[in-house]
Design a protein around this ligand. Structure first.
Ligand SMILES: [Fe+2]
Length: 182
């Protein structure tokens, strides 16, 4: 079996350092925690859900006019979910993530928001729903969640703790599966 790519490895990669920070590290971490919780509720793989949630805004761009965040400019031009899906995929492949997992994560990022999609909407898979939910519950009015601060020390501690929870969960699942196979 391939070694799991950890959230810590993702966090420490220079692509994440640049773009996850730009979109808000505190929001990325709390979205990952929400995704963990929802993934257990929906029976979704928490490894994929937390990675997608941590990286969901990695394609974020700041739409400013005259030094001010401009919602109309954003609404007209933003493709952060498309850019984010591609950027996250590239980062994951570079870290040697399983390519099927990287594709699922990228798709969940692509569909985490419907702000750029046609009106009818799309029927989301459970993983995609979990990631979209995790983002939504952490949002603040006026996009304030992108500017929430977190110290590097606290960020690392929280990421490590989440990695531990995921490993524990995956190990439990493995033991369960072995027991049913015997
Ligand atoms: Fe977000």
């Amino acid at each position: 079996m391939m070694k799991r790519v950890t959230l810590m490895e993702i966090f420490e990669h220079h692509i994440a350092q640049k773009y996850v920070r730009r979109a808000g590290l505190a929001h990325a971490i709390s979205a990952a925690y929400h995704a963990y919780k929802f993934s257990l509720e929906y029976g979704v793989n928490p490894d994929l859900a937390t990675k997608a949630a941590f990286l969901h805004d990695i394609g974020h761009y700041t739409w400013y006019r005259n030094g001010q965040w401009d919602y109309n400019l954003y609404k007209e031009n933003d493709i952060h979910a498309i850019k984010g899906a591609e950027r996250a995929h590239k980062l994951l492949i570079r870290l040697d993530e399983n390519p099927v997992a990287a594709k699922e994560i990228a798709l969940a990022i692509l569909l985490h928001t419907d702000s750029y999609l046609p009106e009818q909407g799309i029927q989301l898979e459970p993983l995609q729903k979990v990631v979209a939910l995790a983002d939504t519950v952490d949002e603040e009015p006026g996009g304030a969640h992108h500017y929430r601060k977190i110290s590097d020390e606290k960020a690392k501690k929280m990421i490590q703790k989440l990695d531990d929870k995921i490993m524990e969960h995956l190990n439990k699942e493995k033991i369960k599966n072995q027991a049913t196979m015997n």
